[in-house]
Design a protein around this ligand. Structure first.
Ligand SMILES: Nc1ncnc2c1ncn2[C@@H]1O[C@H](COP(=O)(O)OP(=O)(O)O)[C@@H](O)[C@H]1O
Ligand SMILES: [Mg+2]
Length: 157
């Protein structure tokens, strides 16, 4: 069966950039086989922060969330690949880092919820909306020769 190719939005939050581990985190996704479809260093404006976290508006941690993601530049990335949305969520790990499994990004690098390093879309609808919000100019479409050795397209030949 051919798996569905999905796009998902990842944001390496200010703590990831400040700690100098953005490249390391991107490497994990590349190693997994996911393809970069867009990438941008962004100083997040309040309006973008509020829209991105609109689903959390009204929650007790919302003001801190908006402040935290606008505090310093982030790296916004669109990743593409078979089942990219659940694959990336699994690689990111649980929201609360003390509950995140070892081997996940949060389980390996983070300690507390507001410093959990990374955002990743959680479903096809949110992924589509978030990709459009962060990359209104669109993403880059291409394939890599190695794709056929990492996906089931062309397999088993
Ligand atoms: N109870 C909480 N206290 C403080 N910060 C929180 C809490 N819940 C969530 N957050 C922060 O808000 C972000 C968005 O929350 P949520 O969408 O539930 O998690 P996730 O990033 O895993 O999708 C989290 O990544 C985390 O930084
Ligand atoms: Mg979320």
């Amino acid at each position: 069966m051919t798996e569905a190719i999905q796009r998902t939005l990842v944001v390496l939050k200010p703590d990831a950039v400040q700690r100098g581990i953005a490249g390391e985190l991107i490497t994990r996704f590349e190693r997994r086989g996911l393809r970069l479809a867009a990438l941008r260093l962004v100083q997040v404006e309040r309006a973008l922060a509020e829209q991105h976290y609109a689903v959390h508006a009204g929650k007790f941690f919302y003001p801190d969330l908006v402040k935290t993601i606008s505090a310093s530049p982030v790296v916004a990335i669109v990743l593409e690949g078979p089942n990219a949305i659940p694959v990336v969520r699994a690689m990111v790990g649980a929201t609360r880092p003390h509950e995140a499994a070892a081997g996940t990004i949060r389980g390996d690098y983070a300690l507390v919820g507001l410093r959990n390093l990374i955002h990743a879309s959680d479903a096809p609808e949110t992924a589509a909306a978030e990709v459009a919000l962060w990359f209104p100019e669109g993403v880059v479409s291409y394939t890599r020769d190695v794709e056929r050795w990492m996906t089931d397209e062309g397999a088993p030949a």
